[in-house]
Design a protein. Structure first.
Length: 85
């Protein structure tokens, strides 16, 4: 798979989120969170900040979904990435 231009292909990572008291929150409790932890699968030739294998947080309200070989991927623009770990 090859991304083009400023596009980045990511795959979401499971993130266990706990409350301040230590309770593990369910997916319904975390739906209001704006950012999603993901791993970069491919980045376009114009992307300067991230590369394959990087862990990032991106604005999950941006981009598009695509399913290839039974796997769900998200196509986002580089500008939608807010944190690179």
């Amino acid at each position: 798979m090859k991304a083009i231009g400023k596009y980045v292909v990511v795959k979401d990572l499971h993130e266990e989120i706990t409350s301040s008291s230590g309770l593990v929150l369910s997916s319904e409790d975390t739906d209001d969170l704006r950012y999603q932890l993901s791993s970069v699968v491919a980045s376009g030739e114009l992307v300067d900040t991230v590369g394959k294998g990087d862990s990032i947080y991106y604005d999950k309200h941006q981009g598009h979904n695509i399913r290839l070989d039974g796997e769900l991927y998200h196509i986002i623009l580089e500008r939608d990435i807010v944190i690179c770990l």
